[in-house]
Design a protein around this ligand. Structure first.
Ligand code: M6R
Length: 609
């Protein structure tokens, strides 16, 4: 949802700004723009399209100046056009502004400012902020911006520069993410850490309602009343290289391939051979984990699918009644939080607006919040009572892949931890379950090494227009996730369904052109039922692609194509079954000539509601 970066330095900044904004392109790619100040004059270049295309057209690095900002847009208010691309200026071309978020009272403010003679050149909600600052400008850009912010309703992360104070970069946030990076005689702002990782690892996380003044020598932070705020400088341990493609054609493929490492790193030292060591991370929030009566998982998209699998794990092993809610729906009901209820928020970015709103609602009602988050310092991480970080490293591809399996890993560890606390898992079973998860990275590696068969299957199907994904039990959410991956990166229409529900409607869609992907891993629970569902599809001429266990001869006779995965315990099959589906979606996207890293209309983290 829009990426912003800004730099104030003693050297020319345009090429560094370009480098930084490219790392944020996953946040939006409808248009891109850059502004610098040189000799007291603002110079702006912007246009619609991806950064690479626009860069060729406008040559951003020709911009001169030691202070500047850049913005990649995911359109909310105002269509995708050059006039709506950021940065936006005031009437006199003295103030320039980049923004991520939504100004909800922009219509009223615009009418008020127009009456005072302000002339607007875009259809965005953002432009009002530049005019509001201009209208009240006192010569002190920090102070005037602070006062302007007090008039805004909605969400914002902003960067402001002004020709009258051309050594100051102003930054502020409310509900939209923004970090400050501290460099050597230069300082930065960015929507997300990967943008500035090559330049610094020293980060200040700006909180809601804070405003900062950056010069090349120092950073000062204030609250919206103007009081100074003392901030902690955090050191980020991600390497800059981790946020690069490292020879892979796309981030999506790189991140799919990184899953063995992401899972091993997420396990880290949270496990010994015989025990799960989560006390330190959980106990301060939930001193009496054994007494938990109910869990509510809140999440969106792929993280919500991880939550559905979590529900299965938590109910089966830890015997805690668990509900999984779309974060966006949870907050608009009147959720009942009874004593002993804890909320688990699952989010890669930690900045998804709906998930943030859901945890705030839960906390207001007295629930403790445990979050499972990938990005350190993110809003969800900071606002939760306890945080379990997935150590998947930066996930840049818009389609979530490695974050998903890392989330499943942590939910699994949490489940065993809670089951043990509740006296439900005898020691030998804990040791067995630990052995099972330890096998997963190697087993995923095995699937990755055989990805040619998945690529060949994509070659057969990339011209199709529809697909159905079916799964049962713990693999039903994998059907949802497989369909979501295909939809988002290849624009094929795909539906995920519980296999048995198919006959209550979707069966009407099946004909000899419909590929039906069925997760049919052999177990003693639903396998025979899934075979019946497969027979129902075949009877209507459907083409069946099965995700099955290696060595399953029975299935080979019943379906058209088989993608094999290694065997592990039933409860861990989702971590394996999802891999061929991620790869299938990736290859279909590439074969269709699409860019899987930047699907149209999507943005990596959805920071608006
Ligand atoms: O950062 P989060 O995990 O909170 O994001 C939630 C969803 O926006 C995200 O999973 C989205 O569905 C992905 N594009 C799926 O690949």
């Amino acid at each position: 949802m829009c990426g912003i970066v800004g730099i104030v330095s003693e050297r020319e900044v345009s090429s560094t700004l370009l480098d930084a904004i490219k790392r944020l392109e996953y946040r939006g790619y409808d248009s891109v723009g850059m502004v610098c100040i040189a000799d007291g004059v603002l110079s702006t270049k912007k246009d619609i399209g991806k950064i690479e295309e626009v860069e060729k057209k406008v040559n951003f690095t020709a911009l001169k100046g030691t202070i500047g900002m850049a913005h990649s847009r995911w359109a909310t208010h105002g269509g995708v056009s050059k006039r709506n691309a950021h940065p936006h200026e005031d009437c006199n071309g003295n103030i320039s502004l980049v923004h991520n978020g939504i100004i909800e009272n922009h219509n009223e403010l615009k009418a008020e400012l127009q009456k005072k003679g302000h002339h607007f050149t875009s259809d965005t909600d953002t432009e009002v902020i530049a005019h509001l600052i201009e209208e009240n400008f006192t010569g002190d850009i920090l102070e005037t911006t602070r006062k302007a912010l007090c008039r805004l309703e909605g969400s914002y992360a902003i960067g402001v520069i002004c020709t009258k104070k051309d050594d100051e970069l102003i930054a502020a946030r409310k509900e939209s993410p923004l970090v400050i990076g501290l460099g050597e005689r230069e300082n930065y702002i960015a929507s997300d850490i990967p943008a500035i990782l090559p330049f610094t690892k020293k980060i200040i996380f700006l909180e809601n309602g804070e405003i900062a003044r950056l010069t090349k020598e120092k950073v000062e932070v204030f609250d919206l009343k103007g009081n100074p705020v003392t901030k902690t400088i955090e050191t980020i341990d991600w390497g800059a290289k981790q946020a690069e493609k490292q020879g892979y054609p796309h981030f999506m493929l790189k991140e799919i391939s990184e899953q063995p490492t992401a899972i091993s790193d997420t396990i880290g030292d949270r496990m010994t051979e015989h025990d799960i060591l989560l006390d330190e991370e959980i106990q301060k929030a939930i001193p009496n984990a054994a007494g938990l009566k109910r869990l509510i998982v809140v999440a969106c998209g792929t993280s919500w699918h991880a939550g559905l699998i979590g529900e299965f794990m938590l109910e089966e092993l830890a015997k805690i009644p668990t509900e999984v809610e779309y974060a966006s729906e949870f907050r608009y009901r009147d959720p009942i939080i009874t004593e002993g209820t804890a909320v688990i928020a699952v989010s890669q970015s930690g900045e998804t607006a709906d998930t943030i709103a859901a945890i705030r609602e839960a906390k207001k009602k007295g629930a403790k919040v445990i979050s499972i988050v990938n990005v350190e310092g993110s809003t969800i991480a900071r606002e939760s009572d306890a945080v379990l970080f997935t150590h998947a490293g930066p996930e840049i591809g818009v389609a979530s892949t490695k974050a998903f399996t890392a989330q499943l890993t942590l939910i699994y560890l949490l489940t065993i931890y809670l089951a043990k606390k509740r006296g439900l898992l005898p020691q030998p079973q804990i040791s067995n379950r630990i052995r099972d998860i330890r096998k997963i990275p190697h087993q995923i590696q095995e699937i990755l090494e055989n990805q040619d068969s998945i690529k060949r299957l994509a070659e057969l199907f990339f011209r199709h227009t529809n697909a159905l994904y079916l799964g049962r039990g713990i693999n039903y959410p994998i059907a949802l996730e497989g369909a979501l991956k295909l939809k988002e990166v290849s624009y094929l229409h795909a539906e995920g369904y519980p296999a048995a529900e198919m006959k209550h409607g979707p069966i009407a869609l099946i004909d000899n052109k419909m590929p039906v992907v069925v997760i049919a891993t052999k177990d003693n629970r639903t396998y025979t039922k899934v075979l019946s569902n497969i027979a129902e599809v075949k009877a209507r001429g459907g083409i069946v692609i099965a995700i099955a266990l290696k060595g399953d001869k029975e299935i080979e006779e019943k379906v058209d194509f088989v993608l094999s995965i290694p065997e592990n315990s039933y409860i861990l099959t989702p971590l394996l079954a999802v891999i061929p589906l991620q790869l299938f979606a990736y290859y279909v996207s590439v074969l269709k000539g699409k860019d899987p890293d930047k699907p149209v209309n999507l943005a990596k983290s959805v920071t608006v509601e």
